[in-house]
Design a protein around this ligand. Structure first.
Ligand code: TRP
Ligand code: ZN
Length: 881
């Protein structure tokens, strides 16, 4: 594990490498505690490299056991090996040579899950971003593209399955119960896309015929006995392959495509060429064990990793500052895929909720950074919501600005120009500029400037002149190390909604700014006038969430209520309703803080009831409409001096008002959606379950809520309903008999299934109230819990810190102390996981003063710990700065 050296990497320091590695041959002699790795690298000095320049290969905690240059052992003076570096003093005469490096690594001791490690006995690798250097010395940077041939040897009994990237070439027996396989990947790739899997796994097989008639053998590998749980993932893979051909003209390029599910994994999944490795949580699913959200995540992540084959692998990143080039673009592609497979409006609302929950607090706090950062200390800490989700929003805005046809032409040009290269964001933007003839130079600030832009909007209607004028003012709030911001190009989709709910056909006086329903904001102030407006319309702004900004519109509550009921843009309807919810909860919060009781206008509960009961709307949309803004959403809207307990109380009060006002309607609706017993994970069926479950959540706040939830739990025929009922029992009823019985029942049913037990941990860790912390501490001693498994740790500790506002932000500060101690403990095994958990502190400055001080003290205690990893040290220092 690398401890913090304090070294900072800067974008402006990029230089091409002095040497290239056109070919890489690897041999792995696998053994649990001492795997011997032999790398034979063909090294070439680049044309303009000075003859005396040494070759400096990256390592991370490596032990060199043998070295050869062109087949001969070199003089001791010819090289210098440390755990972190191998320096070769290359003979000036040698323009090209072969370097053989032997290292010995211990996969069983590797708890960081980077490099070569073992997960439930399966050998696996994770090399992104800089894990390859934990396997062998290499130029471990993404602009070093090499053609790999990999030979794997292992005991046949321990590892009958031997996989690597590319196509299989050869396999056979070796003496002593061992065997081997050779894989060759004809596509040159960076080291971070290397992968090896060896173990004893079950397989499901299928085939895909590409648009040019090539047959690809597909395999999904899972633990023996779990093969039926991989069927949905396989189906999602085939749909992804087809969609990428239809939507982007991208065809798969190898004879085989393999997916392997492992149970110990730091992230969701990894796009290694031809051999995607997945967190098993994003592969395994059936009605009994997976929720509809699990199914949707599996579909999205299978697609995401598959789509990387073109956006990431065929065209990769020049350096890690360009991470969004592959991640933002690939998230955009997986969003579009899911939107096409499911309901576009519902998908869009879910995306925006996730962006606001994860990216907005990042952009508005101490960890803010541009979509393309300019500096980092630890690249692992930049796999963020900003790079991924905001990065996707930026691509989406390019499509909005260019229009569908020019966007596609730009993508085609990008693929054409840069296939086989390691590219930059500038290359990407240039392809769109060249394909469309548009100037994207101001737009490019979305990549370079951190922070969430804000638009303040007012409007005036002149009845006599039949004119509507919209006044817009743009501002970009300061972020760490960027105090002065430049003005951005913000595409603001809009509609002027008339009394009949129809969009008015309005012509703008300023045609350059308004185009196809989009106002192009690019200056500090705009005044846009529309003529021929016969009555005052309701203003619908940022339709479809066309730009990832915050917006304040001077607008009457009746206009918002009208939009919630009538806007032709479904996202805008949801947004209008939720703006009303949010304002009402904040008003209640202020009243409660002032010692008064919460009060709500009856119209709001009635509106919620009307939308939930509108049969012209999709049930999934109604479910989202009835899901109140989260406590964290509300805290973010309030901005500062937050008391999480009062936020909780204010939100609960609105939920109670809605439930009480709609009791009869909700009961009837709930009954009408009763589960008929048949099951399909499709979006429409999932939507009906979602609506029924949110209705249950509201009804549970009324008398005999516990009885209703207990019946829902008992009668559930799938995990979505069972987990939803358990959450209602545990969160809404507290420590009741019903909750205790359901927890015990769930535990005894699923004790042997770790992924399902994660839900059991999660539901308990997200319960409101100060006692949740004590419960989490007790659950850490549960036999199913393990500090070494990232899914378990995230389910219990991550959930407490991110989903139980009143548990984590306990007034006595014990939640902060607990998280601080726990991340230090985890850091010794898995720095990446520890650093990610520590980001739960990122909004500490928006708390009320007493909690703020306690959070700061906890963060300081982490910062003062000796031998922190670079990962955790970086997060804690930036959070405190
Ligand atoms: N490239 C992966 C993806 O988004 C992310 C990833 C998987 C990753 N494992 C990782 C990033 C480990 C850093 C470290 O699809
Ligand atoms: Zn990705």
């Amino acid at each position: 594990m690398r401890t913090d050296t304090g070294q900072v990497f800067k974008l402006e320091d990029y230089r091409p490498s002095d040497y290239a590695i056109p070919r890489t041959e690897l041999t792995f002699r696998l053994a649990p505690e001492a795997t011997v790795v032999t790398a034979t690298l063909t090294i070439e000095r680049r044309e303009d490299t000075a003859l005396t320049t040494p070759l400096v290969l990256d390592g991370d905690g490596l032990a060199l056991s043998r070295l050869e240059i062109d087949g001969r052992e070199p003089d001791l003076s010819a090289y210098d090996a440390t755990p972190d570096r191998l320096t070769i003093h290359v003979s000036p005469a040698a323009r090209q040579f072969r370097l053989t490096i032997e290292t010995v690594v211990n996969p069983s001791a590797n708890l960081a899950l980077m490099g070569l490690y073992r997960s439930s006995g399966v050998y696996c690798t994770q090399c992104e971003a800089e894990g390859f250097r934990r396997i062998t010395y290499f130029l471990d940077r993404p602009d070093i593209l090499s053609v790999y041939t990999v030979r794997i040897e292992a005991r046949r009994e321990e590892a009958p399955l031997l996989l690597s990237n590319g196509n299989p070439v050869e396999s056979g027996d070796l003496p002593g119960g061992r065997h081997f396989a050779v894989w060759h990947d004809p596509f040159q790739k960076p080291s971070y896309l290397f992968a090896l899997i060896a173990g004893d796994l079950g397989r499901i097989s299928d085939q895909f015929t590409t648009m040019n008639g090539r047959t690809v053998d597909l395999g999904v590998y899972v633990e023996h006995g779990k093969e039926p749980l991989a069927a949905y993932a396989m189906d999602a893979l085939k749909r992804s392959m087809k969609w990428d051909e239809e939507a982007f003209g991208r065809e798969y390029d190898l004879d085989v495509f393999n997916i392997v599910a492992v149970s110990d994994f730091n992230m969701g999944a990894m796009e290694n060429k031809g051999l995607n490795v997945f967190n098993d949580k994003y592969v395994l699913a059936d009605r009994e064990t997976a929720t509809d959200t699990d199914f949707a995540n599996i579909e999205a992540i299978i697609a995401h990793e598959y789509f990387h084959n073109w956006t990431g692998n065929r065209i990769t990143c020049r350096d890690w500052f360009q991470l969004c080039l592959k991640e933002g673009l690939t998230v955009y592609r997986d969003h579009e895929f899911s939107a096409d497979q499911r309901s576009r409006a519902v998908k869009r609302i879910a995306e925006v909720r996730a962006l606001r929950a994860l990216q907005f607090p990042e952009d508005q706090g101490p960890l803010a950074h541009p979509v393309r950062p300019r500096r980092y200390r630890e690249i692992n800490n930049f796999y963020t919501a900003t790079v991924y989700e905001k990065g996707s929003e930026v691509v989406r805005m390019i499509r909005t600005i260019l229009g569908t046809a020019a966007f596609r032409a730009g993508m085609d040009l990008y693929f054409d120009r840069h296939d086989g290269e390691a590219a930059t964001i500038e290359d990407f933007l240039k392809a769109f500029e060249d394909a469309s003839g548009r100037d994207l130079s101001q737009f490019a600030l979305w990549y370079h400037q951190a922070g969430t832009p804000h638009l303040a909007v007012t409007s005036r209607y002149d009845a006599a002149a039949k004119e509507l004028t919209i006044d817009i003012e743009q501002s970009v709030p300061p972020t760490p190390s960027e105090t002065r911001k430049r003005l951005m190009h913000i595409p603001l989709a809009f509609g002027l909604v008339g009394k009949d709910g129809q969009d008015m056909l309005a012509s703008s006086v300023d045609g350059a700014t308004v185009e196809d329903g989009v106002i192009h904001v690019h200056k500090r102030r705009h005044s846009v006038t529309f003529s021929g407006i016969s009555s005052r319309p309701a203003l619908s702004l940022n339709r479809g969430f066309s730009a990832p900004i915050t917006l304040s519109v001077e607008q009457k509550a009746e206009d918002l209520a009208f939009l919630a009921g009538h806007d032709s843009d479904l996202f805008a309807r949801w947004e209008a309703l939720h703006t009303l919810f949010s304002k009402a909860i904040i008003t209640a919060y202020r009243r409660l803080r002032g010692g008064k009781a919460a009060e709500f206008k009856p119209e709001l509960a009635a509106l919620a009831g009307a939308i939930a009961g509108d049969e012209t709307l999709e049930p999934a949309f109604c479910a989202l409409a009835l899901t109140l803004p989260s406590e964290a959403d509300i805290a973010r809207e309030i901005g500062g001096d937050i008391d999480p307990e009062i936020v909780f109380a204010a939100r609960l009060a609105l939920a109670q008002a809605i439930a009480a006002a709609n009791r009869q309607g909700f009961e009837a609706h709930y009954a009408s959606l009763v589960d008929g017993g048949e099951f399909s994970p499709d979006a429409a069926s999932a939507g009906r379950r979602a609506l029924r479950n949110i209705l249950l959540d509201h009804l549970s706040l009324l008398p005999d809520g516990a009885g209703l939830a207990a019946r829902h739990f008992r009668d559930a025929t799938n995990m979505t309903d069972r987990a939803a009922a358990l959450a209602v029992l545990v969160h809404r009823q507290g420590e009741t008999q019903e909750a205790a019985e359901a927890l015990a029942r769930f535990e005894s049913t699923y004790l042997a299934d770790s992924l399902v037990m994660d839900k059991w941990f999660q539901i308990q860790a997200s319960a409101p109230g100060a006692e949740t912390l004590d419960r989490v501490k007790a659950l850490m001693r549960h036999p199913s819990f393990s500090m070494n498994n990232p899914n378990r740790v995230r389910a219990l500790i991550g959930t407490l810190a991110n989903a139980s506002q009143t548990g984590f932000h306990r007034a006595d500060g014990e939640g902060y102390r607990f998280l601080a101690d726990t991340v230090v403990d985890i850091d010794r095994r898995n720095p990446q996981l520890a650093a990610r958990l520590a980001t739960a502190f990122r909004s500490w400055r928006s708390l009320e003063p007493i909690r703020q001080e306690k959070a700061r003290a906890a963060l300081l205690s982490v910062a003062q710990t000796s031998d922190l990893s670079a990962d955790l040290g970086d997060i804690v220092q930036r959070t405190l700065a």
